[in-house]
Design a protein around this ligand. Sequence first.
Ligand code: ATP
Length: 360
Amino acid sequence: MATQIMPSPGARGSTPGDSIPAIRLVGLQKRFGDVVAVDGIDLDVAEGEFFSMLGPSGSGKTTTLRMIAGFERPSGGRIELHGQEVEDLPPFERNVNTVFQDYALFPHMSVADNVGYGLLVRKVPKPERGRRVSEALAMVRLGGYERRRPSQLSGGQRQRVALARALINRPRVLLLDEPLGALDLKLREEMQIELKTIQRDVAITFIYVTHDQEEALTMSDRIAVFNHGRIEQVGSPADVYERPATAFVAGFVGTSNLLSGEAARAVLGADGTYTVRPEKIRLAGIEDPVGDDETSALGRITEVIYLGSDTRYIVALDAGGSLVVTQQNLETSSTEALARQGDRVRLVWKRQHSLPVQGG
Ligand code: ATP
C-alpha cells in the first residue's frame, strides 16, 4: 500500500516495495516528426500511489499520460499496467480512466445522468446504474446532488462530478491532466486537499499531471520532475525539495538559489554548483558572529518583496551572483522590511544546507 511506502531518496523510478507496479514505463519514447516529446522514460508507480508528473510546459507530461491512457502510441519502449503489456490495447481495455482539465459535462443533463452516462451507453440496467451513481457521488462527497444541473454547481463541485464520472467504473488507475487548472487559486487549494482525501478513500492509483510545484508538493506520495522529455528526479515531495538532484529541479521545485563557479569557490570554498533554500538563510548584521557549522556571505539587499506572512529579500553577493532570502515577519512590519532595501548584510546558513546539484 502506498501510504506505508517510504521511497528511498533519489530513487529513479524504482517501485517502493517489491509487488508488481501499477504502472511500469521502460525506455518510453514518443516522437512527433522531428520533435522528441518523450525521450526514454523509465518509471515504476506503485499500486495506490498518488503520483505526480511535474514539469514546465512542453516537457512531455501530457504525452506520457496519453500513452498510458492509450490515446497515443509510443515510438519506442514499453508500458505495463499491473504487469501486463498494453501498447496494443485500446484505451477502453486498459482499466484506466482519465480526467481532463476541460471536464466537459453535458449541460442539459442532471448530475446523475452525467455521472452515469458511461453505464447507460454500456446498457447497464437502471437500478444498478442508480446505485452506482449514488456510490460514485458519495465518493466525491456530492451525495444528494443527483438532480442538479452542472450550471447549478460551483466550479469545484463540477470538477468533483467529472471525478465521479471517471471513478464510477472503479478503474485501477486514474489519470488526471491538470484537472484543477481552470479553478481560481483558493478553490484550487481546497480541491487539492479534497482530491488527496478522495484518493486515500478510494485507494486507486492516481497519476496527476501538473506544472504547479506547490500542487505537486501538497498532494503527492511521489513526484517525477520532467524536463525536455526526460525525468530529472523521482522522489517524495521532501526528497525533491530538500535534496534536488539537479539545478533544474532545485529551480523548478522552489526558488532557483544557485551558487556556482567563482561565487561557490569564494563562499563555500568548493567547486561545482550548490543550491540553498531561501528559508534556510538568515539575514544578519555584517559584524555578527558566524558559528563553526555555518557559512556566510556578505552582500547588499537589492530588492524587498513584502508578502504578508513573509518577506523576500534579493541579495547581491560581493562574491558575485545573488541569493533570495525569505524571512517570516515574526515581529517585522512591512515598513521595517521595505526600509532594508540597500542595506549591507551578512547572509548566514548551516553548512549542511548548501546542497550540491548537477548542472547549473
Ligand atoms: P503542457 O503542460 O503545456 O501540457 P506537457 O509537459 O504536457 O506540456 P506535452 O504536451 O507532452 O508537454 O508536449 C511535449 C512536446 O511534444 C511539446 O514540444 C509539444 O509541442 C509536442 N507535441 C505534443 N503533442 C504533439 C502533436 N500531436 N504533434 C506534434 N507535436 C506535439
